[in-house]
Design a protein around this ligand. Structure first.
Ligand code: CA
Length: 523
C-alpha cells in the first residue's frame, strides 16, 4: 500500500491520512517520517514534535493547541488539543481583500420555467401552503388523492408537495423573533419552483391567519422590472381553503375543496413550458452535513471551485451554516464587497452568538460524535473545512434567516448549520438547486428542490453508489483534481436544473421535513 497524506497549507504541522482504512503504526511516509501510532483515515498525523501549548496548524491556521508533548508521527486526535477561543467581533478586517476580477463565464444555459416575477424554476411543482400543523393530516390525505387522481392528467407538472411544518399556533406569535418562522413560510410559498401558484390550507382558529402569513401584495405575481407584464395568475385575493368553514360538512367535503382548488393551479402550471435561460438564473444553496476531515479536502473545495464558476456565470450562490463559519469571520469580512456587507455579516454573527449564549452553549456545540470519529477535532477545524465551499469570490450580500434573495453573486445567508433548517431557510431565500456534501454519509433530500449530493470519500461513494451523485473522493485518491470535480459539478447542475437528469434523492423520493427556525418562545 502506498501511504497517502494530504497537506492543506505549507505552514501546516499536521497532515491528513488519505488511505482507506487508515495507516498502521510503523508505516514510513514518503517524507521518511515513521508513524508511531495507528492513524485512522481522515485523521491527522504530527509532522514534527509539538511542545505543550504549541499551535497545531491545518489550513495554515491554529485549529488547537497541544495539551501535552506530541511526538512527530503521532495520531493527533481531539483529546490532545485545546480549542482556540472564538474570534472577537470587533476590529475585524473590513472589505480589505479585493480578489482580482475573474473573467465572466458566458454561453452556459439551462432549460427552466420562467416565472412572472422574473425568477426561474428548475422544477414545476404545485406546493400547498399550510398556516398551521393542525391541517397537515387532511392536506396530506388530499395530496395523496391529487397525485393519484389529478396529476396524471397534467404531465408537465413534476409533483404536488404539501408544505407541512410545526408552526402556526401554540407559539408566541407577537414575539420579535417570530418574524423568522413567519417570513420563512411566506417566502417558501413563493419559491421559484412553485410557479407563483400559491394556495393555502387553513384551519380557521389558528394564530397564524392566512392574511398574516401572506398579506395582500406579498404573493401577487408582478414582475418588478416591468409592472405591466402581469401574468394571468396575478390575482390579488389569496386562495384559501378553510377547514372550519361552515360549508364543510364531513371530512370528504374538506378534501374535495382542496382538490377542486388544486386542479385550477395544476391547469395553469401544466400550461408552462421549459425555455432556454442563462445559467445566471440558478440560485444555488450549498451546504454540508455528516462532515469528516475529507469534507474540507475534497468535496468542499470542489464546491468552492464550482461556486466561483457560478459567480462568474452571473448566478446566485448562498453559503450558510453560521456556527461553521463563525471561526473564519475575519476571512469573510475581509472578502465583503463593501463595509455595509461586512457589517451585516458581523450583525448576523453577533445575533447568533447571543442566541447560543441564551441557551448556555457556544459554537462548539456544533460538532457531532461522527465528525470526531471522522477526524474533525473541533469546530475550528470543521469551520475551516466548511468555509471553503464559498470559494474565493467577493461576498456581495447578506440575508437574515428567512429573507428572500434579490441579488446575484455570492451571498452569506445566515442560517443554523442544522441540515434541515439550513435547507428550509435556503428554500425561503429562493433556492432552485441545492448542493450537499457529506463524508460520513446522509441520505438527505428535499421535495421542493433537487439536491445534488457529493461524497468526500471514494469508500462512501462506492457503498452509497445509488445515493451519491458525485464522488469527490477521487481528489484524495489522486484520480481527479479539485478543478475537474468542480467542472463536473457545474455541468451536472445544468443537467439537473434542466430536468434532463434526476438526482438520486429525487429518484428515490427521499424527502426530509421542512424544519422552521423558531427562536421565539412556544406557548
Ligand atoms: Ca449542515
Amino acid at each position: 500500500m502506498n501511504p497517502l497524506t494530504i497537506l492543506m497549507h505549507e505552514r501546516d504541522n499536521v497532515a491528513i491520512v488519505a488511505n482507506a482504512g487508515g495507516l498502521p503504526k510503523g508505516t514510513v511516509l514518503a517524507s521518511g517520517l515513521t508513524l508511531i501510532d495507528q492513524v485512522p483515515q481522515g485523521h491527522k498525523v504530527a509532522l514534527q514534535d509539538l511542545t505543550p501549548d504549541a499551535p497545531v496548524l491545518r489550513y495554515g491556521i491554529p485549529i488547537g493547541y497541544a495539551i501535552k508533548p506530541i511526538a512527530a508521527g503521532s495520531w493527533v486526535h481531539e483529546r490532545l488539543l485545546k480549542m482556540p477561543d472564538a474570534r472577537e467581533l470587533d476590529n475585524l478586517p473590513i472589505a480589505t481583500v479585493k480578489p482580482a476580477p475573474q473573467a465572466p463565464l458566458k454561453g452556459y444555459t439551462f432549460e427552466g420555467f420562467r416565472n412572472a416575477d422574473g425568477s426561474v424554476g428548475t422544477r414545476n411543482i404545485l406546493a400547498i401552503t399550510q398556516t398551521v400543523q393542525c391541517v397537515a393530516g387532511v392536506t396530506d390525505f388530499a395530496v395523496q388523492r391529487i397525485k393519484a387522481e389529478l396529476l396524471p392528467r397534467f404531465p408537465n407538472v413534476d409533483d404536488v408537495v404539501s408544505l407541512e411544518h410545526s408552526y402556526g399556533c401554540g407559539v408566541a406569535i407577537d414575539a420579535p423573533d417570530a418574524i423568522i418562522p413567519i417570513r420563512t413560510l411566506r417566502n417558501i410559498s413563493l419559491n421559484p419552483n412553485f410557479g407563483g401558484e400559491v394556495m393555502v390550507v387553513s384551519l380557521g382558529c389558528e394564530k397564524l391567519q392566512p392574511e398574516r402569513l401572506l398579506p395582500p401584495g406579498s404573493f401577487a405575481i408582478v414582475d418588478e422590472r416591468n409592472v405591466a407584464d402581469v401574468g394571468s395568475n396575478a390575482d390579488t385575493s389569496l386562495d384559501v381553503v378553510c377547514l372550519q368553514d361552515d360549508a364543510h360538512v364531513g371530512f370528504m367535503s374538506m378534501v374535495e375543496s382542496i382538490m377542486r382548488q388544486a386542479e385550477q393551479h395544476l391547469e395553469r402550471l401544466n400550461a408552462r413550458q421549459r425555455e432556454t435561460v442563462p445559467a445566471s438564473e440558478l440560485v444555488v444553496g450549498v451546504q454540508c452535513g455528516g462532515s469528516d476531515a475529507f469534507s474540507g479536502v475534497t468535496a468542499n473545495p470542489a464546491v468552492g471551485f464550482c461556486t466561483d464558476l457560478l459567480v462568474r456565470a452571473g448566478a446566485s450562490v448562498m453559503f450558510s451554516e453560521t456556527t461553521e463559519v463563525r471561526d473564519g469571520i475575519d476571512q469573510l469580512t475581509s472578502r465583503a464587497t463593501t463595509p455595509e456587507v461586512a457589517q451585516a455579516m458581523i450583525r448576523e454573527m453577533a445575533w447568533y452568538d447571543a442566541y447560543l449564549r441564551r441557551g448556555q452553549v457556544d459554537r462548539s456545540a456544533n460538532t457531532t460524535p461522527g465528525n470526531k470519529a471522522g477526524g474533525l477535532s473541533n469546530i475550528v477545524e470543521k469551520a475551516m473545512g466548511s468555509i471553503v465551499k464559498s470559494g474565493s469570490s467577493p461576498i456581495s450580500g447578506v440575508l437574515a434567516p428567512g429573507e428572500k434573495l434579490k441579488q446575484k453573486g455570492l451571498i452569506y445567508a445566515a442560517t443554523p448549520a442544522s441540515d434541515f433548517i439550513c435547507g428550509t431557510l435556503q428554500l425561503a431565500a429562493g433556492m432552485n438547486l441545492h448542493v450537499f456534501t457529506t463524508g460520513r454519509g446522509t441520505p438527505y433530500g428535499l421535495a421542493e428542490c433537487p439536491v445534488i449530493k457529493v461524497a468526500t470519500r471514494t469508500d462512501l461513494a462506492r457503498r452509497w453508489h445509488d445515493l451519491m451523485d458525485i464522488n469527490a473522493g477521487r481528489i484524495a485518491d489522486g484520480d481527479a483534481t479539485i478543478e475537474t470535480i468542480g467542472w463536473e459539478m457545474f455541468h451536472l447542475m445544468l443537467e439537473v436544473a434542466s430536468g434532463r437528469k434526476k438526482t438520486w434523492a429525487e429518484h428515490w423520493k427521499l424527502h426530509n421535513a421542512l424544519v422552521l427556525f423558531n427562536p421565539a418562545p412556544i406557548t
